[in-house]
Design a protein around this ligand. Structure first.
Ligand SMILES: Nc1ncnc2c1ncn2[C@@H]1O[C@H](COP(=O)(O)OP(=O)(O)OP(=O)(O)O)[C@@H](O)[C@H]1O
Length: 262
């Protein structure tokens, strides 16, 4: 624990924080500035969506906040711990203990059944699941009667629910979801969004979700809009229509934060 050394340690209500977060890929003339000095606080116990045009830096932001990618400049905290500057070993442990991931490809192991997939990260870490919590997660996600099924015996929506349960199983401080509804039909997508919402409302989790879908973003409490590697706007209590309207302004501005109207 070295919070004393951190300049802006995350406050209690902040699950993740970035200051001056900059990420450049490549060097010289071909360098791409994926994130340009981003300051952001991810509020604990809330559902935050990240939107923006393709290439605006959404995935890079998520990867840097989760310690999956190194930063070029700036600082990132997870809870009270500054992760920029941590060694890979410490980072790996921190990610394992504090973060749950949901990616578009569910990354389920085909030879394991649903129950085994759900507890796999904890089994690898040699940690015993909190059975009461696990039961609550499984029931909340409606997976009780699917636990013995292998991924191929489950629908896309059920597979995504297993991925969701796996992300929740260790009761992580923070869940990062990258396009979690991207591969699903609209009904299954809605289910997953409902479960993420419940994870926040009923289980007290913190969720950060990257999405292209205004309807998906409408399930969040707050939308952060990225353009050209910067957070250019935010919307509390979003509706699908309001998000769609805001996204249209990016199309008009093509790769910028949109026309300067006001
Ligand atoms: N490994 C990499 N090497 C080089 N450039 C990269 C790399 N990863 C991302 N980029 C560039 O960084 C910028 C931001 O990429 P990022 O994937 O974060 O955007 P995004 O908003 O998530 O895009 P999309 O919506 O298309 O998934 C893009 O210009 C991309 O080409």
């Amino acid at each position: 624990m070295s919070t004393a050394a951190a300049e802006a340690p995350a406050a209690d209500g902040v699950a993740a924080r970035a200051r001056g977060l900059t990420k450049a890929y490549g060097a010289g003339e071909t360098a791409v500035l994926a994130l340009d000095s981003v300051d952001v606080d991810i509020a604990r116990g809330r559902f935050t969506a990240v939107m923006g045009p393709s290439g605006s830096g959404k995935s890079t932001l998520m990867h840097c906040l989760a310690g999956l990618d190194t930063v070029s400049a700036g600082q990132v905290w997870l809870g009270g711990t500054e992760i920029t500057g941590l060694r890979e070993r410490e980072l790996t442990r921190l990610r394992r203990d504090r973060i749950g991931f949901m990616f578009q490809s569910f990354n389920l192991i085909p030879t394991l059944n649903a129950a085994e997939n759900i507890t796999l990260p904890m089994d690898i870490a040699g940690k015993k699941p909190d059975e009461k919590w696990l039961d609550q997660v499984i029931d909340t996600l409606g997976l009780r009667d699917r636990l013995k099924h292998r991924p191929t015996q489950l629908s896309g929506g059920q597979q995504q629910r297993v991925a969701c349960a796996r992300a929740l199983a260790s009761r992580p401080e923070l869940i990062f979801a990258d396009e979690p509804t991207g591969n699903l039909d609209s009904r299954a997508g809605l289910e997953v969004l409902g479960f993420l919402r419940e994870a926040v409302d009923q289980l007290g989790q913190t969720v950060v979700m990257v999405t292209h879908d205004p309807g998906a973003a409408a399930h969040s409490d707050l939308v952060l809009f990225l353009a050209d590697g910067r957070i250019v706007d935010r919307m509390e209590e979003p509706t699908a229509d309001a998000v769609l309207e805001r996204m249209k302004r990016f199309d008009v501005g093509r790769g910028s934060s949109g026309p300067e109207e006001d």
